[in-house]
Design a protein around this ligand. Structure first.
Ligand code: G4P
Length: 525
């Protein structure tokens, strides 16, 4: 198979949802279809259950599990699917944001009872930044959910994306009959089941068979609904979906394996294969002969005695070959990857060659950082892997002066892993760690002690946001820095950051310094 064919058969995507909407269940069903697992219940959830909310040992266990489920590669029909896992817990949202930089599309799961929830809104914002194509799967139709028209209106409104239903439910909850596929014009009848799959029956919407199958009233309602949908929504246009402008919507019940096959079949037909990507210098096409890729995730090994880590690399162009020499652009040096790993379902195996869209794991002893680009020698760096402003900030206080070096090393490595972000103040070199959720502090504290033998305490800071600052006028930027010295810090890459204490104060500062641009992500034009 040539490079073009390898690329055309790959689909690299992530499933996103608010916790409990059904991401893990759907993942499992997809793996069952791919033959990657044999029975339900085999996928360990990477989510942290509520009762373990403050139990960091549980987090550590989850960290172990999540290496195995970070990337699940499987074949379905003649397509190679790479499914990237995203932590559902909001405290680890940044990990999810970064993973989304490595996918070509997403499936978003929405609970039909709860509708669009907070975490879904945030994740959608990240998708929108890169115009990532989104398919919505409205789940749990076996429950008394909200009116389907209300649900899709809410998606359009809260997620700020146009939708196009491709299937439509016939009743819901106890009287749920199934879905009508508007795409294939076929009827899928619901039978609660964890394993069997109902093939669709080709039934025209006006066929009296429909009345026999789902009852007269339901058939009448479906006809009215379909007429309304066809009248209100323009025909489904694949290009609009690929451009991230329209999200096709499916209805189903993951736990009952209902609507999942239909979703998967449509997914492999419409979801994009690996696409071009921007770098600091030029756009790179996947079909280019030379290998390029970037690191989007780093996972420390569980064994504190051996500090090697697995870096997850997304291949963007060319062919990766084991044992070849590749170029680490940031460090300007050559690296040989003799022991890269492929992720096929839950088995990890040594990879001989891999293609755009594939994710490989590289054992690393500290050379690689999130966002690093690897090439065959060209000095380009992939963009679109920004840091986002954290939500909670605390100053690091060293409690053991004898272990200062260990603390610094530990902090540096944990930050490289993306566990949190470190900001160093210009004045006094105070170190402040920023995280998305409080749980991350427990993880940091525990791992500093456990892996680096360093003892640190974290002191709360009243900081609202870290804003990366820029200005077209260097003089104005310097004036601003001078006047706000106490609030200026640098991020891990040395970029200037303004640490705003409150929303109101930030607003005031923005009004007073119109020449300064304040950004909530580390990448801006
Ligand atoms: P998440 O990864 O998005 O957090 O959600 P997960 O798949 O773990 O699903 C959350 C809960 O919703 C699970 O129940 C799961 O069984 C249930 N669920 C998933 N799909 C459906 C569906 O189509 N219909 C109904 N009624 N429930 C569904 P749980 O009791 O929290 O966990 P478990 O003990 O069943 O695993």
């Amino acid at each position: 198979m040539n490079l073009e064919q390898e690329i055309a058969k790959r689909r690299t995507f992530g499933i996103i949802s608010h916790p409990d909407a059904g991401k893990t269940t759907l993942t499992e069903k997809l793996l069952l279809f791919g033959g990657a697992i044999q029975k339900a219940g085999a996928v360990k959830s990477s989510k942290i259950k509520d009762h373990a909310r403050s139990d960091w040992m549980e987090i550590e266990k989850q960290r172990g599990i999540s290496v195995a489920t970070s990337v699940m590669g499987f074949n379905y029909r003649d397509v190679k699917i790479n499914l990237l896992d995203t932590p559902g817990h909001k405290d680890f949202a940044e990990d999810t944001y970064r993973t989304l930089t490595a996918v070509d599309s997403v499936i978003m799961v929405i609970d039909c009872v709860k509708g669009v929830e907070m975490q879904t809104e945030k994740l959608m914002e990240v998708c929108r930044m890169r115009n990532t194509p989104v398919i919505c799967f409205i789940n749990k139709l076996d429950r008394e959910g909200r009116d389907p028209f209300d649900l899709i209106d809410e998606i359009e409104e809260k997620l700020d994306i146009k939708v196009r239903p491709l299937s439509w439910p016939i009743s819901m909850g106890k009287t749920f009959k199934g879905v009508y596929s508007l795409y294939e014009k076929s009827l899928h009848l619901f039978t609660p089941s964890k394993i069997t799959i109902e093939e669709g029956l080709e039934v025209d919407i006006n066929d009296p068979q429909l009345d026999e199958r789902v009852g007269e009233n339901n058939a009448k309602q479906l006809r009215a609904d379909v007429e309304l949908i066809e009248g209100v929504y323009p025909d489904f246009n694949i290009q609009d979906y690929l451009d991230g402008k329209v999200a096709p919507v499916f209805f189903g019940s993951a736990v009952n394996n209902f609507g999942v096959k239909e979703l998967l079949d449509t997914f492999i037909r419409i979801a994009p294969p690996p696409v071009e990507r921007e770098t600091t210098v030029r756009v790179v096409e996947p079909e280019e002969k030379k290998f390029t890729g970037f690191i989007f995730k780093i996972h420390a090994n569980m064994d504190p005695q051996h500090r090697n880590r697995i870096a997850f690399l997304r291949i963007c162009s060319g062919k990766f070959e084991r044992g070849s020499n590749y170029y680490h652009v940031r460090q300007e040096k050559n690296l040989r990857f003799s022991n890269a790993t492929a992720f096929m379902a839950q088995d990890r195996e040594t990879v001989e060659e891999a293609f755009p869209g594939d994710i490989i794991g590289i054992y690393d002893t500290g050379n690689l950082k999130i966002g690093d680009t690897i090439t065959e020698g060209e000095k380009v760096m992939y963009t679109g892997i920004p840091s986002f402003s954290p939500e909670i900030f605390k100053e690091v206080i060293n409690l053991d002066a004898m272990k200062t070096k260990q603390l610094e090393k530990g902090l540096l490595q944990l930050m490289e892993e993306g566990v949190a972000q470190l900001f160093t103040y210009e004045l006094g070199k105070r170190k402040v760690v920023g995280v998305v959720g409080a749980l991350q502090f427990e993880v940091i504290q525990f791992r500093l002690k456990n892996e680096y033998n360093a003892t640190a305490e974290f002191q709360s800071q009243s900081i609202y946001k870290a804003c990366w600052i820029s200005s077209d006028d260097p003089k104005k930027l310097n004036e601003f820095i001078d006047s706000k010295q106490r609030h200026i810090a640098r991020d891990k890459d040395g970029k200037l950051v303004f640490m705003a204490e409150s929303r109101a104060w930030l607003q005031m500062v923005q009004d007073n310094f119109p020449e300064i641009q304040f950004h909530f992500t580390s990448e801006f034009k």
